[in-house]
Each structure stands twice: as structure tokens, then as C-alpha cells.
Design a protein around this ligand. Structure first.
Ligand code: ATP
Ligand code: MG
Length: 183
């Protein structure tokens, strides 16, 4: 499973639709302070199902929508699309037929957020599990947010364990157990 491209529309500072292709190997994002580097990483986490407003550096869900500048009015919605290549069939088995997987998350002011996988509406949980089973996701230790290292050093053991569980790839199982216990 490889990330192919990321498209941001109205997400944070990316008011105009911006599409970036993600080439194999290492990708570097460079630019002056405040140009949107961290916002890119947040878009990636958001489309993978990140829910905690705190972990997205904002107080409310809708804070990800472009809030306007002196020159541009605010937007009514934000959308992020992540295109994944599944040529190697490493995505969860139910996607075996798909060489391309498109995940879209969209939020509309006052109406919450919705997810689509290959055009079909799914739950947040489905998207989170898709990435958790592939050993990645919004909380993957592969995504290190600014300031997260010092956060981790000062974390309670319980929270530090979660990071280790993500790294070990068992958090998808934990989420499923939790879901089955709720039923
Ligand atoms: P640094 O090098 O300092 O880490 P950065 O490149 O990571 O900077 P970001 O944190 O990604 O920068 O971007 C910050 C910019 O995004 C700020 O100018 C902020 O005003 C803008 N921004 C964040 N949320 C929104 C929003 N909802 N609407 C409009 N602009 C936003
Ligand atoms: Mg930054």
C-alpha cells in the first residue's frame, strides 16, 4: 500500500484545491514558517480518521475549514482526498480487487464530517480500521507532530503504551474488540 497523492480543498490554509503527488521514497516538505507544512501532515491524519480536536491543534472540528483572510472569505466546507496504490495487495483483504483506493473526508459547517472509500459512504471507524490494519493511521508513530517528542517523554505510562501498540500493529484489534463489546 503506497500513498499516491493528497488533495486538499478548503482545508486550513489550503483554500484553493491543491493536489500533491507523493512519489516513492522520501518526500521532503520545505518552506518558511507558517506556509502550511504542518497543515499538510494534519490533512493526512485527518483523512485517515483523526478525531481528537486536540491532536489536530484546534478546539473544534470545524477549525480545519479555511477560516478566511483579509483577502479571501472563509469557506463552508473542507475536503481531503488521499489516493492509495494497492498494486502489492497489502491493503486489508476486502480491497483485494482494488489497485487504487480513494479515501475522501469532507466536513461541512454545521453538518459534521463524512467519509467515502472509492465513492461509497462509510463510517469513520471503517476508515480508521482500514489504516490500522495496514499498520498505519492517524495515530501512527510514523507521523510525528511538532512537539510530540516532548509530549511523549512527559506522557503517562498508559498513553505511552498506546504508542507502542500502534507501533506493534495491534491497535486495530483493540478497536475491534472495543466495538464488539459495545454491541
Ligand atoms: P512552522 O515552520 O512554523 O512549523 P508550518 O509551515 O508548519 O510552520 P502551518 O502550521 O502548517 O505552518 O501553517 C500555519 C498557517 O496556517 C497559519 O498562517 C495559520 O493562520 C494557517 N491556518 C491554520 N488553520 C487555518 C484555517 N482554518 N484557515 C485559514 N488559515 C489557517
Ligand atoms: Mg509546522
Amino acid at each position: 500500500m503506497e500513498f499516491n497523492s493528497l488533495r486538499l480543498t478548503g482545508f486550513k490554509s489550503f483554500v484553493d484545491s491543491t493536489e500533491l503527488s507523493i512519489e516513492p521514497g522520501l518526500t521532503g516538505v520545505i518552506g518558511p514558517n507558517g506556509c502550511g507544512k504542518s497543515n499538510l501532515l494534519e490533512a493526512l491524519r485527518w483523512v485517515m480518521g483523526a478525531t481528537s480536536a486536540k491532536s489536530l491543534r484546534g478546539s473544534g472540528m470545524e477549525d480545519v475549514i479555511f477560516s478566511g483572510t483579509d483577502a479571501r472569505p472563509s469557506r463552508e466546507h473542507a475536503e481531503v482526498k488521499l489516493v492509495i496504490a494497492n498494486d502489492d495487495r497489502t491493503a486489508p483483504a476486502r480491497f483485494n480487487e482494488n489497485t487504487i483506493i480513494e479515501v475522501v473526508r469532507r466536513i461541512v459547517r454545521g453538518a459534521g464530517s463524512t467519509y467515502k472509500v472509492n465513492g461509497e459512504e462509510v463510517r469513520a471507524k471503517d476508515v480508521q480500521l482500514l489504516f490500522a490494519d495496514a499498520g498505519t493511521g492517524a495515530n501512527s508513530p510514523a507521523l510525528v507532530r511538532q512537539g510530540q517528542i516532548s509530549e511523549l517523554i512527559n506522557a503517562k505510562p498508559e498513553n505511552r503504551r498506546r504508542v507502542l501498540e500502534e507501533a506493534a500493529g495491534v491497535s486495530g484489534l483493540r478497536a475491534r474488540r472495543h466495538e464488539s463489546e459495545l454491541r
